[in-house]
Design a protein around this ligand. Structure first.
Ligand code: NAD
Length: 360
């Protein structure tokens, strides 16, 4: 079999294994666009997920990322009770150098060609400016600027949702959802973490903050009284709660033995390097893990609100439900003697299966 034949065959196999419906490759030499759109599942509604612009080392890396991220969106929306499927897009390029209005208008035309099966949103490397450019060629876009009829950045709602999820985890672990006096070690001092820190400080939690950019940690510390910790020392802090709000895969073989907390709850995606093995490892050590996509779903709730024409107040209200959803996940994990990460996957899959059965 030739090169093209074998690689096509393996992509189709991977799509079937991971449950993807459609993968679209997009190129436009005139604007330099190279993008991949992955639609994972549309059982519950149109696939919604952000577009990420990133200088991937290879096309294979970009494909791997978009397949993994789009599947994650299916689970996040399903467990959150939203009528949305899961999708994601990646644009191969350097966000610092390769952006142009033409490139994003071109990307918008590809999104438009999918007739609403994929709705795009803001992700890493994107801002409202690019979402507005995309909206010039498609209406299947969220995360536009307020001036352009959008609802603005999702991170404040994400932060509120993480706060709700953390309170639910505290209730499960300590019998009370009060975070007063609880020591919380926050990794990352970006958009989500800074607002989360405000909520926690208001409730008199004792905060530790770290970021690779010290000025970001300093800004949070000045507002909240948090103690600044060096980035590589955040796992060793003697804290009750560890809150990852920077990168994925930070809970791994190296970090787990260093953790001194009894709860993990944060905004970052794909926190567990190996969801099954590390989920079990945490459970054995008596560390309660609040699944990432359950507690960080405030952002998708916000863009869903924009899609269906709800107000910003609606998405805050909706993000409150993360408290109950997180508790339900813990309950399910206990009933089935599985990890919370497995329980949230199970709950998402059950909702999708029920919808499929109904539509037959
Ligand atoms: P952000 O880029 O504003 O913040 C991330 C911060 O992490 C940055 O300040 C960065 O300097 C810092 N960082 C990077 N590596 C670090 C390290 N090793 N140690 C300490 N700090 C480090 O991003 P954000 O919007 O705040 O998102 C944070 C996380 O939450 C990301 O994983 C994102 O995918 C996820 N998330 C965000 C949203 C949202 O609405 N913004 C929604 C769902 C999930």
């Amino acid at each position: 079999m030739n090169q093209l034949g074998s690689s096509t065959f393996s992509l189709l196999n991977t799509m079937q294994e991971m449950g993807h419906e459609q993968v679209v490759y997009c190129t436009d030499p005139e604007t330099g666009l190279n993008a991949i759109i992955a639609i994972h599942d549309t059982t519950l509604g149109p696939s919604l997920g952000g577009v990420r612009m990133w200088p991937y080392a290879s096309e294979a890396d970009a494909l791997k990322d978009v397949l993994r991220l789009s599947r994650g969106m299916t689970y996040k929306s399903a467990v959150s009770g939203l009528d949305l499927g899961g999708g994601k897009a990646v644009i191969l390029g350097n966000p610092a150098k390769d952006k142009s209005q033409g490139l994003f208008r071109s990307f918008g035309r590809y999104v438009d060609g999918l007739n609403g099966r994929y709705v795009t949103a803001e992700d890493v490397g994107m801002t409202e400016v690019e979402m507005d450019w995309i909206s010039e060629t498609t209406r299947h876009v969220t995360g536009k600027s307020k001036e352009n009829g959008g609802m603005g950045a999702p991170s404040p709602i994400t932060a509120f949702g993480v706060y709700m999820g953390m309170k639910a985890a505290a209730k499960q672990a300590y019998g009370s959802d009060s975070l007063a006096g609880k020591k919380v070690a926050i990794q990352g001092a970006g958009h989500v973490a800074e607002i989360l820190a405000d909520y926690l400080a208001k409730e008199d939690a004792i905060l530790f903050i770290s970021d690779i950019f010290e000025e970001k940690s300093k800004a949070v510390a000045a507002r909240t009284g948090a103690q600044i910790i060096a980035p590589d020392a955040i796992f060793d802090v003697d804290a009750d709660i560890f809150s990852p709000n920077a990168l994925g895969a930070v809970i791994n073989d190296e970090s787990i033995p260093r953790l001194r907390c009894s709860v993990i709850a944060g905004g970052a995606n794909n926190v567990l390097d190996d969801p099954l093995r590390h989920g079990r490892d945490l459970q054995e050590r008596g560390i309660l893990y609040a699944p990432d996509y359950v507690v960080n779903a405030g952002g998708i709730m916000h863009v869903y609100g924009e899609l269906v024409g709800e107000s910003e107040g609606w998405s805050m209200k909706r993000a409150e439900s993360i408290y109950d959803t997180t508790l339900r996940v813990f309950q399910r994990a206990e009933e089935k003697s599985i990890t919370p990460a497995q329980a949230s996957d199970l709950m998402a899959e059950e909702r999708i299966q029920a919808a499929r059965a109904k539509s037959k």
